[in-house]
Write a protein that binds this ligand. Sequence first.
Ligand code: FDA
Ligand code: 4HP
Length: 492
Amino acid sequence: MGIRTGDQYIEALKSRKPEVWLNGKLVESIFDEPYFQQPILEIARLYDMQHDPAYQEDLTVICEETGERMAASFLPPRSYEDIMKRSKAFEVVARQTYGLMGRTPDFLNTVVTSLAQNSWFLSKYNKDWAANIESYYRHLRDNDLFLTHAIVNPQNDRSKTSHEQSDKFTHLGAVEERPEGLVVRGAKMLATLAALTDEVIIYSFPGFAPGDERYALAFAIPIDTKGLKIICREPVQDGTRSTFDHPLASRYEEMDALLIFEDVVVPWDKVFLYNNVEAANLLYPMTGIAEQPAHQSSVRGYIKLAFAVEVACKVADSIGVDQYLNVQRDLGELVQSVEVIRALLRTAEREYTMTERGEARLNPDALETIRGMMPEMYPRAVEVMQTIGAGGLLMMPTEADFLNPELRPSIDRHYGGREGVDAELRMKIFKLAWDLCGEAFGMRALQYERYYTGDPIRKRAIFYNKFKKQHNFDLVNSILAKENCLKEPQTN
Ligand SMILES: Cc1cc2c(cc1C)N(C[C@H](O)[C@H](O)[C@H](O)COP(=O)(O)OP(=O)(O)OC[C@H]1O[C@@H](n3cnc4c(N)ncnc43)[C@H](O)[C@@H]1O)c1[nH]c(=O)[nH]c(=O)c1N2
Ligand SMILES: O=C(O)Cc1ccc(O)cc1
């Protein structure tokens, strides 16, 4: 089939009935659920853009194997040109959602592409696993499917490994092998957009200990597979909030969910790894599964930070406070943070290396520095927005007030900004800012930047430990090796 249209995505959505729980109720029809409607349309628009002549060249490439168009995120990177082709596509997608939807289809396309491109690693353990991921990649690419993923165990008792939890199946693990497939039971988090996707892929961050064999798993299944329960978090919007009052929350809600597998049968040809702690722990370091998605998330994060910084600047300008030195200092800092991320991104792309098997892999240190800095830079942008907007963020009336002819003269008189900024523009800017820095939507967007790539504290510690192991401290060693040139003690 090649690239899908938005309608094809929606038709597929309508044809399924996954077990999705929202606000204590089983969702009857995903498409008709008001909470999901706008985000579905946002995703559909991304599929439509692949067919739009204005975007097609940026978003798609011709597949070498099929001769059909495919999303550029399925292109296995083998050169700098491939890297930049993908980078451009990630950016076009990110700009459509202002970087606020992190798990658009391109994200998991890169995960599956990197696994398939590095199937040699899986074949060291089991030839079937390698063949399975390769054919899954083709299935995903050729049907242009939308995936979610869940790679983290729920926070039950973090001081214990999976096999030490009080219930053997608190965490997702294998129950038994049957001729038709592997039976799995337990929970995994935090599947963003799960209800709106076609399929789910499961794998894990490293960290398995001996005894965790049953939890060392990787597989994919359709989202409506029998026994898969999807429990959504509390929504941040209800599908009826005005786009004037909540320009972002009303459009870009990415519903997160816990996945509970109740004796789900995974067909053997969809199992990519099983019962092997060593393979599960090496999956990240040995495949491009960290770098390829991190490329997408770095581009998207760059756009999101740039957007938040623009909003902060507009808030300051609209009320004339950016003439003050302290405000200029803070905004200057934010603009520089965007430049830092942009520079790191370009460094990661330019300083790619070729793996022995021909994958062009981005500089991992530059990528990891983005992943280390964003959890500080994005919350800082939000904080600056809060302090510059100050009390004004809390006094904005609603669209209903604005549209009421009795109130309108007062609104026009008292809600305007500096000269040239009328009440409507000022309200629009401040409502954008409030969605980012005050609303539950904005707090979720902030929490996403902190944690989407794992715990930033431990990730930074790992980064330092790797640095210490690999770095030879030439500079310091050279001065330590200089001859001792202490002056002789003076004698009288
Ligand atoms: C909005 C949003 C959206 C998503 C996701 C997160 C968020 C916030 N993620 C989940 C993400 O992968 C996950 O949140 C991070 O890996 C962090 O893990 P925990 O949240 O379990 O924190 P975790 O429980 O690991 O940490 C909690 C706190 O305890 C500390 N801590 C825990 N264990 C420790 C240890 N061993 N040593 C030292 N300190 C320790 C941490 O430093 C932290 O402060 C996700 N995932 C996914 O698979 N698919 C998805 O789509 C998404 N989407
Ligand atoms: O390690 C990365 O940054 C890539 C990645 C991040 C989060 C995730 O859920 C999957 C891959």
